[in-house]
Design a protein around this ligand. Structure first.
Ligand code: PEP
Ligand code: MG
Length: 587
């Protein structure tokens, strides 16, 4: 046995989602990251080709199984994509090229297949025909599966963890995190990343602990190692001792009994001790999360991130596909409102395998994302807007544009929306003609021109995840500077106050839908600043409601007024923390 297995090792990272988990590790290696390359000895060469054949057969079986499941559970049309995947597997040119590469280079078959499929993907993604370009995504998906099979990783793909596991990865892309098996991930731990990366947002929505910025952990652990993840303090303990487990067991018991209290109180309305009602809404990204919205008594959806539909798709979903997804959410929640955010792809959320639509950029967060992308690709934008409008006939829908930087962009987006309305009218399709339209305020220029934007908006929703990164010039997914990402920086608090004042002058309500809204330590400060509603991962509603019910709005206003006079982010945080602890006793 590895002697290190007995030694307890404590590794410090950044706390990203609270909670404690103990279990075995599954190390997730992105298949396009590390494909080992080595020369294969003469007598082993025959095995190499047989190994390739076996991987192709296994891949075919897996895809056929998924296809049958999708056909049965979702529908034949949705299963068609897997026929395209099976066709890639039959592609003799790709297989032949891999074998030729192997024969000439003598390198292992993974390397040869990776190179051959890489050339195919590149060639397809450069073709000037949208249909053929989409095939690049299919080839990429299939190639990843074949590589996983060759590397013996298929059974443990993120979407189908064999058993409950702590997922350790060097990083999780949005498409990785979107496909995480939510029933089997005990915790997420990443070498890089920071508190508002998409992986963390997913972890918080699953209410599983997450620790990020644990440099090189993937290199220090292997599948099956035991670990304890402390998401409260951002610690990972490898091979925890009995006494550590006992200590954490006690902490967990305390947290569990507090959680029970939270859930009991959650049946009550979100009203402060001095009688002010607060609207607590939910952030979701897929239709299955509607059950959680209801379970946790959120008052509708304040942020429906529609990127999920696109991130793992091998092609852009059609208007009809999107309509069905939006309608399912809207119908199930009616008469509660659902704020559907138009596409926010790009930045930390590029669409996998679509290098033509999302070319590599030096500064993706300052680049071609969200509304900028949509205004340039109006065909994609219009399909989505029409799908949202059509869904508005089935419940209470609001449209929200992400990354608005100023009035002109808002006017342009609204002009496209007006065209979509006219087109639907012509087609005789029903929709809510008075659908409210709002903007996310997440760029400093939008905050500074909130008075102008308010004239054309029915509501604002502040995206603090981005607003903080742009205000403080802190890349929100860079772990090296994560300690500088401070929600209580005076610049953030003053900006929030400015947005609220300008919006309220025009009777425009202001919500917050960034991660700050779901943190019970920050919620009183936000409400005290005049924020009208908070939207968060459904599982966080009970924690925020608990503090809302334990505080007076007058005290929250005093807290905000005091914070506005303070200069140190750490001191402001300490004031918020003290405010929370004085009202909420965890033990
Ligand atoms: C935000 O920026 O706060 C937000 C809610 O949007 P996202 O995290 O999806 O960028
Ligand atoms: Mg954002």
């Amino acid at each position: 046995m590895d002697p290190r297995a007995k030694t307890e090792i404590i590794v410090q990272g950044i706390s990203a989602s609270p909670g404690i988990a103990y279990g075995q590790i599954f190390v997730y290696i992105q298949s396009d990251v590390e494909v080992p390359s080595y020369l294969v000895d003469g007598e082993k060469r025959i095995d190499e080709v047989a190994r390739f054949d076996r991987a192709l057969v296994a891949t075919r079986q897996q895809i056929t199984k998924i296809k049958n499941e999708v056909e049965k559970n979702i529908g034949p049309e949705e299963a068609l994509i897997f026929d395209a995947h099976l066709m890639v597997l039959e592609d003799q040119a790709l297989i032949g090229e891999t074998i030729r590469e192997f024969e000439s280079s003598g390198r292992n078959i993974e390397t040869c297949f990776n190179q051959a499929s890489g050339r195919y993907i590149k060639a397809f993604s450069e073709i000037d025909d949208a249909y053929l370009r989409e095939r690049a995504g299919d080839i990429r998906d299939v190639a990843q599966r074949v590589l996983q099979n060759l590397l013996g990783q298929a059974e443990n793909a993120l979407s189908r963890l064999a058993e409950k596991r702590i997922v350790v990865a060097n990083d999780l892309s949005p498409s990785d995190s979107a496909s995480v098996d939510r029933s089997a991930a005990l915790a997420l731990v990443t070498d890089s990343g920071s508190k508002t990366s998409h992986a963390v947002i997913v972890a918080r929505s699953m209410k599983v602990p997450a620790v990020v910025g644990v440099r090189n952990l993937t290199k220090r652990v292997k599948n099956g190692d035991w670990a304890l993840v402390d998401g409260y303090d951002g610690i990972v303990i490898l091979n925890p001792s009995e006494s550590t487990l006992f200590r954490y067991g006690k902490i967990q018991e305390q947290k569990k009994s507090f959680e029970t209290r939270l859930l009991e109180a959650n049946r009550q309305p979100a009203v402060t001790l001095d009688g002010v009602a607060v609207q607590l809404m939910a952030n979701i990204e897929k239709v299955e999360e509607v059950a959680q919205v209801k379970n946790y008594f959120a008052e509708g959806v304040g942020l429906y991130r529609t990127e999920y539909l696109f991130l793992n798709a091998s092609r852009i979903p059609t208007e009809q596909e999107q309509f069905l997804a939006y309608k399912a959410v809207v119908e199930q929640l009616a008469p509660q409102p659902v704020i559907i955010r138009t596409l926010d792809l790009g930045g930390d959320k590029p669409m996998a395998g679509n290098a033509d639509l999302f070319p590599k950029e030096n500064n993706p967060f300052m680049g071609f994302r969200a509304i900028r992308f949509c205004l340039e690709h109006q065909d994609i934008f219009k399909d989505q807007l029409r799908a949202i409008l059509m869904a508005s006939a089935h419940g209470k829908v609001r449209i929200m544009y992400p990354m608005i930087s100023g009035s002109e962009e808002l006017v342009r987006a609204n002009a496209v929306l007006a065209e979509c309305k006219a087109e639907l009218k012509q087609r005789g399709v029903a929709f809510d003609e008075a659908i409210p339209v709002g903007a996310m305020i997440e760029i400093p220029s939008a905050a500074m021109t909130a008075d102008l934007l308010a004239k054309d908006c029915a509501f604002f929703s502040v995206g603090t995840n981005d607003l903080i990164q742009y205000l403080l010039a802190i890349d929100r997914v860079n772990d090296r500077i994560a300690h500088l990402y401070e929600p209580t920086h005076p610049a953030v608090i003053r900006t929030l106050k400015h947005i609220v004042d300008e919006a309220h002058r025009e009777q425009v309500p202001v919500g917050v839908c960034g991660e700050m809204a779901g943190d019970p330590v920050f919620a009183p400060l936000l409400l005290g600043l005049g924020i009208d509603s908070l939207s968060m991962a459904p599982a966080w509603v009970p924690s925020v409601k608990y503090v809302v019910r334990a505080m007076k709005m007058a005290d929250a206003r005093a807290l905000a007024a005091e914070a506005l006079t303070m200069s140190s982010p750490k001191e402001i945080y300490a004031r918020c923390d003290a405010f929370y602890r004085a009202r909420v006793k965890v033990d």
